[in-house]
Design a binder for this molecule. Structure first.
Ligand code: 3PY
Ligand code: MG
Length: 254
């Protein structure tokens, strides 16, 4: 079992870190901070598969479950990052049962799915029985973040082999005609988020949500989310630097 699965088996909620910036050194530093899982974002970043591989290598020395958010529901990228040692895939814009089935199939070896054999790095981190354990250890997160995804929520959540729903709050808000903001403590997007959480649990799978604020992430954990992403590397730098500079304001002629 992975660390993420251990956390879930203990009935706890997982803290997921988010890497929006490329670089193995940064990935290594983040991986040693105590996150349960750490996601490399290939959708909204400059990181490609080749750049993700040294990041996965750097993360392997720490006790953290490596996840990749792929750019789209496209099997070749999923298979390449799984081969490189990812133990979870977050797939954007899963809008229908068919989308969800295609996503899960790309992440599972036959007979459960259509994943192709060739885990050049998965075999190193996962060991010689990797092909036997991969299907049960790799966690699949289908992102619900559109009006269409909401319309098909129950069918998506009940997709065989799907492990979790993951909410993209800003796209979800956008597609429902609301401003694309995170950390919806209340209002119409908060109601949609509660609906997704309930649908995941009704289907017997996990639910995760993206956030950019610790207070909101903590509330989502208290509300029953199984995984929250409270911030990213990029946001932490952007949040901390102004404070540092404010401390120098009025000093040294500034
Ligand atoms: C969204 O808010 O739509 C996301 O995908 C979060 O990264
Ligand atoms: Mg999104």
């Amino acid at each position: 079992m992975t660390k993420l699965q251990d956390v879930w088996a203990a009935g706890k909620s997982a803290a997921n870190g988010w890497l929006a910036l490329p670089g193995s050194h940064l990935a290594e530093v983040m991986a040693h901070q105590g996150w349960d899982a750490l996601t490399i974002d290939l959708q909204h970043s400059s990181i490609d598969v080749a750049a993700a591989v040294p990041m996965l290598q750097a993360m392997a020395a720490a006790d953290v479950t490596p996840i990749v958010r792929v750019p789209w529901n496209e099997p070749s990228v999923m298979m390449r990052v799984l081969d490189a040692g990812a133990y979870g895939i977050i797939c954007p814009m899963v809008n229908s049962r068919e989308d969800a089935e295609n996503f899960v199939s790309a992440c599972r070896y036959p007979p459960a799915g259509m994943r192709s054999n060739g885990a050049y790095r998965g075999m190193i981190v996962g060991g010689s029985d990797y092909q036997k354990t991969a299907n049960s250890e790799i966690v699949t997160f289908a992102m619900i973040e559109t009006r269409e995804g909401m319309a098909n929520l129950k069918e998506i959540a009940e997709t065989p082999g799907l492990d979790a729903l993951y909410i993209g709050p800003t796209d979800l808000a956008f597609s429902h005609g609301h401003p694309p903001v995170h950390n919806n403590f209340d209002g119409p997007v908060a109601a949609l988020i509660a609906e997704i959480l309930a649908a995941a649990h009704a289907a017997g799978i996990k639910a995760g949500v993206h956030a950019t604020n610790t207070e909101y992430a903590a509330k989502m954990m208290e509300d029953g989310f199984d995984l929250v992403t409270p911030t990213s590397d990029l946001r932490m730098i952007q949040a901390a630097a102004p404070d540092v500079l404010a401390g120098l304001s009025g000093v040294g002629g500034r």
